[in-house]
Design a protein around this ligand. Structure first.
Ligand code: ASP
Length: 283
């Protein structure tokens, strides 16, 4: 069975002088994930590892690279979903922890809930000993500070050699957002989705992705309209664009096909498959 992996580092306006640096880093992360999948790793472990690496690198508006909200505080959102079981976990408005996606996975694996927010998410993370950032004032290095529509949510979707799908998404949200604002990223169905048909991770203006329930709609269109992954993924992004939003998504299906549509200036993205495909692109 063919494995497939896709990553994104955000859609929106992208500073062209940073493209080479970001593509080189993403290529390295992609190669690590590709070798995990080629060696039989499960899709859920791979998407969690990919998103954790993208959170830690500081090059995207997620994890270390996150920008503060309008009150000067960094509040992070993340989610993960296992396509085989449709188990899911998410955190929103989380502060002080190194890997929001790993805390989201903890919510999935160690609670009976799907989404924990704010102080509740932080007490949960503390109770499970997730790694903290130390001094937040020194840890965060906003990746694209000052850019209009700066975005850089990160995400990963994978199909493993056993045919299982998984998706994960993590973000610092929109730069200068209101305190307590939660976007699409931790909302299962909006910014992240996986079932047996498709695994999807979104990026862009989250309010629009919530209003079209973007990630789950890719799978629903495959099921109900009988169209393929590429057509379903493009139709969802067209829906976002038609409402006045911008952004993109990455998706894989149960046959290992990959789609990466976007309606924005660019979307940092990379994908590879067991059939020898390997691409890293921004525009
Ligand atoms: N979708 C994210 C949010 O609205 C932002 C992004 O992808 O840049 O929080």
């Amino acid at each position: 069975m063919i494995w497939a992996l896709a990553l994104h580092g955000g859609a929106g306006a992208i500073a062209s002088h940073l493209v080479q640096r970001d593509e080189a880093h993403m290529a390295g992360v992609l190669d690590e994930g590709a070798s995990m999948l080629a060696n039989g790793a499960c899709a859920l472990d791979v998407v969690a590892a990919m998103v954790e690496a993208l959170e830690a690198c500081g090059l995207h508006q997620a994890g270390k690279g996150s920008a503060p909200n309008s009150a000067g505080k960094v509040e992070l959102d993340a989610s993960i979903m296992d396509g085989e079981t449709r188990r899911a976990g998410a955190v929103a408005a989380l502060s002080g922890y190194l890997s929001p996606v790993q805390v989201a996975r903890g919510v999935m694996e160690h609670t009976s809930h799907v989404l924990l927010v704010g102080e509740g998410a932080e007490s949960f993370a503390a109770s499970r000993d997730f790694a903290r950032v130390g001094d937040p004032a020194n840890y965060y290095t906003p990746a694209e500070s000052g850019a209009a529509h700066a975005s850089g949510t990160v995400g990963a979707v994978a199909r493993d050699t056993a045919g299982r799908l998984a998706a994960a998404t993590s973000t610092g949200g929109l730069q200068g957002k209101l305190p307590g604002r939660v976007g699409d990223t931790p909302i299962i169905g909006a910014g992240c989705w996986a079932d047996r048909r498709a695994a999807v991770s979104c990026t862009g203006l989250g309010e629009y992705f919530m209003r079209v329930n973007a990630a789950a709609d890719v799978s629903a269109r495959i099921a109900y309209a009988g169209i393929n992954l590429d057509a379903a993924a493009h139709a969802v992004i067209e829906d976002v664009r038609a409402l006045g939003g911008y952004g993109g998504l990455i998706a894989v299906d149960g046959d290992g096909n990959v789609a990466t549509p976007f309606a924005s200036q660019g979307m940092k993205r990379a994908w590879a498959t067991g059939a020898g495909v390997r691409e890293v692109k921004t525009f």
